[in-house]
Design a binder for this molecule. Structure first.
Ligand SMILES: [Mg+2]
Length: 372
């Protein structure tokens, strides 16, 4: 089954109000989607990118649509919120030339070709995001061709259902108490820049959150790279009182694996969760080899797609580090279902942060977590 065409869509991916029906595959219904999309001009030139408007678009997170066509009429689609116009440019101006004519089932080979061909200007970032879009569309295509959901094509079913934690705002955690979610994660409102006052405010925030959710749920918080090792270490004794499960991204990323390894030893038993702001599979290798995390969190739409996260998971397994993908949505659910070493998933509380809603509404039939 040969790839004959790749179409890219951006900016016009409207939020389809599909309620969470049972899904059979990574199910972007391209035909229906196409009605809501404007076919992106295939010839965005560098001069246009430099001109301004496309730069703004390029830094916007999307979502973008990728649709792959074959000579047997089977198509695959993905909605990706990484890379914007720049990722579309990589696909259109570079990947396209060697994807056309290839066997659409050879995902591992095609992924490796994309990876190696972008080494001079890639190794993460926009190129990894572009690879994610192609990879996810190819998995969708394979599911369509075989009439199968994607998780059996990965490694099959590993659990009856997928437990989730909810990411929300500190002021909203009470909405999630006794909701069936295993825990809540909040964004830390204060960090190193706030000094001692920040420590005290952060402590109060954690106490309030723990009080709001009671003792039956886990409590995690995301530091968004804004804590130094001193702030994180001094916060630990306060966080332990509140039975915090993990710090997420406490330190600057990028060559920080040894600092995170040092922090792990200081804040025990609080865990270190990192990875969603790394984009190249080799960065995950370095993180794991340095024993710098307890939980690793690749973002499937940013790090190269399912082929990439499977490589990361294969490494993580032997360090006994669970893989909890960043964010939420169908791509994460299919991976978590198929990966034994992914005991639960994140649910990102989009909208007003108090209810379960579809994450990528352009995807028809996104499964939603339902109590009971
Ligand atoms: Mg995060």
């Amino acid at each position: 089954m040969k790839i004959t065409e790749i179409k890219l869509y951006r900016d016009q991916v409207r939020q389809h109000r599909g309620e969470g029906r049972t899904f059979r595959r990574i199910a972007i219904l391209a035909r229906r989607l196409a009605d809501r999309l404007t076919h992106r001009k295939p010839d965005v030139r560098l001069s246009e990118v430099r001109a301004g408007a496309h730069v703004v678009d390029g830094t916007r997170p999307g979502p973008d649509g990728v649709e792959i066509f074959t000579d047997e009429g089977v198509t695959g689609s993905a909605v990706n919120y990484g890379g914007g116009a720049f990722a579309c440019g990589v696909i259109e101006q570079h990947f396209r030339r060697f994807l056309i004519g290839q066997d659409a089932f050879n995902i591992e080979l095609l992924w490796e070709q994309m990876y190696r061909s972008t080494m001079p200007y890639g190794l993460g970032g926009v190129t990894a995001m572009a690879m994610s879009g192609v990879d996810l569309a190819l998995w969708d295509l394979m599911g369509n061709a075989l009439g199968q959901p994607v998780y059996p094509l990965l490694d099959g079913q590993t659990k009856e259902s997928i437990p989730c934690y909810a990411t929300t705002h500190p002021d909203l955690v009470s909405h999630w108490r006794d909701s069936g979610f295993l825990g809540v994660k909040i964004a830390a409102p204060w960090g190193t820049a706030d000094g001692r006052a920040g420590l005290l405010k952060m402590h109060k925030c954690l106490e309030n959150c723990r009080g709001a959710i009671g003792n039956n749920m886990e409590l995690m918080f995301d530091c968004y790279l804004s804590w130094g090792i001193e702030f994180a270490s001094r916060m630990a004794e306060r966080a332990r009182e509140c039975d915090v499960k993990w710090y997420e991204d406490p330190l600057q990323n990028g060559w920080a694996e040894h600092m995170n390894a040092e922090l792990r030893t200081r804040i025990n038993p609080i865990q270190v969760a990192i990875g969603n702001l790394d984009y190249d599979v080799k960065a995950f290798c370095a993180i794991l080899a340095a024993r710098s995390c307890d939980v690793i969190q690749p973002e499937i739409q940013w790090c190269g797609g399912l082929a990439a996260v499977r490589r990361i998971a294969a490494m993580a397994k032997h360090y006994d580090v669970p893989v909890i993908p960043h964010g939420a949505g169908v791509y994460n659910y299919h991976f978590v279902q198929s990966n034994l070493n992914s005991p639960f998933a994140e649910y990102l509380s989009v909208g007003d942060g108090t209810k379960v809603r579809p994450i990528l509404e352009a995807i028809v039939g996104e499964p939603r977590w339902l109590p009971g």
